[in-house]
Design a protein around this ligand. Structure first.
Ligand SMILES: [Zn+2]
Length: 246
């Protein structure tokens, strides 16, 4: 399968971003995504790679629910423990690991396999070759791979996206690239040249995803530092579908 590299060179993808800003309104995305072709998984094994605990649920929680409702293998790989997301929560790595375990139990009616690579948060790009080998060894033949969009705008997301793109190309795998920060940072023309599909979420998948996202308390609540996932960002992940770049 051919995976076209999206040409994002015109975009300030390496610029920092600020979730205090409102970002692109969700209603604009819903209008723009209304005509995107619908897609369904083929009942094969699924491996979801997440730079930080919560990305798997935000980007592909409904897909995890759907696949874990069948008999195919479902595996989640956490590249980091997300320990650098904020400085005002003690032992954040352990907190986020627990949040993810709770979220996965909401998403999946049966236990899914969860593996951690324990790469330092915000330093993923320094370990791309070892991460590539580790992920490659954890993706069974014939599985589909879900990973962040390689121009999502967060350096860890972009690095994991690049790694998974290389694996998928080499092994001719189906790769589902999920945007996270792109929804906030980019405008409705962002994916004009990409092949997008929408996976419709069943009512049970929508409910499971909503419950799972509520588990990430360390990202949802403001403390001395602002919430990582404020309400206007969470709107992007309350859609009755998930959007992937093929
Ligand atoms: Zn992330």
């Amino acid at each position: 399968m051919e995976h076209e590299l999206w040409d994002g060179a015109h975009d300030a993808r390496d610029a920092g971003f600020d979730t205090d800003q409102p970002g692109t309104p969700e209603r604009q995305w819903r209008e723009a995504l209304a005509t995107v072709p619908r897609w369904r998984p083929a009942g094969i094994a699924l491996v979801v790679v997440a730079p930080h605990p919560d990305d798997e649920s935000l980007g592909a929680g409904g897909l995890i629910h759907e696949c874990a409702s069948g008999t195919a293998l479902v595996r989640v790989i956490s590249v980091t423990d997300g320990e650098a997301a904020r400085g005002d929560v003690p032992d954040l790595a352990a907190v986020r690991r627990r949040e993810l375990q709770a979220a996965l139990s909401c998403l999946a009616p049966r236990p899914v396999q969860w593996e951690r690579l324990s790469v330092p948060d915000v330093k993923v790009s320094a370990f791309e070759s070892s991460i590539e080998a580790a992920i490659d060894a954890r993706v069974p033949t014939g599985a589909m791979l879900a990973a962040p969009f390689e121009h999502d705008g967060h350096p860890d997301h972009d690095a994991v996206g690049r790694v998974c793109l290389r694996i998928a190309r080499r092994r001719a795998m189906t790769l589902l690239r999920y945007p996270i920060w792109s929804w906030h940072q980019r405008g409705i023309d962002a994916f004009r040249e990409a092949r997008l599909v929408c996976f419709e979420l069943s009512p049970s998948a929508q409910l499971a995803k909503a419950r799972a996202l509520r588990c990430f308390v360390s990202q949802l609540r403001a403390g001395p530092e602002p919430a990582v996932l404020p309400a206007h960002v969470l709107e992007y992940f309350a859609r009755p579908y998930e959007t992937f770049l093929l």
